[in-house]
Every structure is written in structure tokens, then in C-alpha cells.
Write a protein that binds this ligand. Sequence first.
Ligand code: HEC
Length: 135
Amino acid sequence: MFENFGRTRIFALAVGLMLMAAACGGGSRIIPPHDPSLPPHVAEAANGERLFKNESCSACHSTGARRITGPGLAVIDSAAATRDSDLTADQYIEQSIRNPGEFIVDGFNNIMPKTYSRLPQDDVDDVIAYLKILE
Ligand code: HEC
């Protein structure tokens, strides 16, 4: 009887640890999904521009060619398509925002904050839409 109780607790603990590992260890897979009860999101560059300033992207990135701490993003639309052959331009930009350490642009350091993985999907889509109209 005692033995069973012990096993159940150990099992519960193991399941708990596995769930925690799944929740924390996934790294790049903690993306908040689009709320399915809402209509599909139509990406809005104007909101992306607002986020680019409010989230301090602009502290490290110019929207022209000028290098600050990070690369200028004027030609990110075409550059993004060439960075990783497994990713579309949109996927690459999203990865750069959520998981910047995954691909380090030549000549730059891995110092972009990883905290943007918390951004809701709709906001990331808006930022991508904004970055793609830069020239
Ligand atoms: C503290 C400085 C810093 C902040 C803040 C920052 N970045 Fe970056 N970012 C960098 C650096 C440095 C790189 C280049 C190294 C790398 O690839 O991670 C980079 C890379 C990128 C790239 C890839 C550029 C390319 O040419 O491939 C994109 C896109 C990007 N950042 C977007 C953003 C967006 C959007 C935000 C705000 C949500 C942001 N960054 C905030 C420093 C920053």
C-alpha cells in the first residue's frame, strides 16, 4: 500500500517535471497563437511601425542602410529571402525577432534581446509587414 502510494507520487512528480521541461525547454516554440475565436488577422504595417518604436527595435536598427548596434533594415525584405534557404523571408524575419540567436548576421554580435518571443503572433505579423515595406 505504502509502496503504491510512493510510486504514484514519483510518477506524478516525473509527469510534472516532463511538463515543465516541455514548457521551458522548447525555446523557440513558446509562440502565443492567434486567438481562434477572432477573425483572421490582417497584418497592419502601421501598427508594426508603432511597435518598432515602442519595443525599442529602433534603438538598435535604423530603417535605412545605416548600421547602429544591429543592421539597418531597409533591404530586409530581399536580404531575408537569402539568409537561410530553409526559410521564406517572412519566416526568417519572424525567427530573427523571436529567436535572434538562431542566425547571426555576418559582422554582428549575438546581442539582440531574446525577450521578443513574448510578442503575440498578430504583433509579429504587423512588424514583419512594416519591415517589408521599408526601402
Ligand atoms: C539591443 C539591440 C537590438 C534590439 C533592441 C533589437 N535588435 Fe534586431 N538585431 C540586433 C543585432 C545586433 C542583430 C544582428 C545579429 C543577429 O543576427 O542576431 C539583429 C538582427 C535583426 C534582424 C535580422 C537582420 C538581417 O539582416 O538578417 C532583424 C529582422 C531584427 N534584428 C529585427 C528586430 C526587431 C523587429 C526588433 C524589435 C522587436 C529588434 N530587432 C530589436 C540588435 C537588436
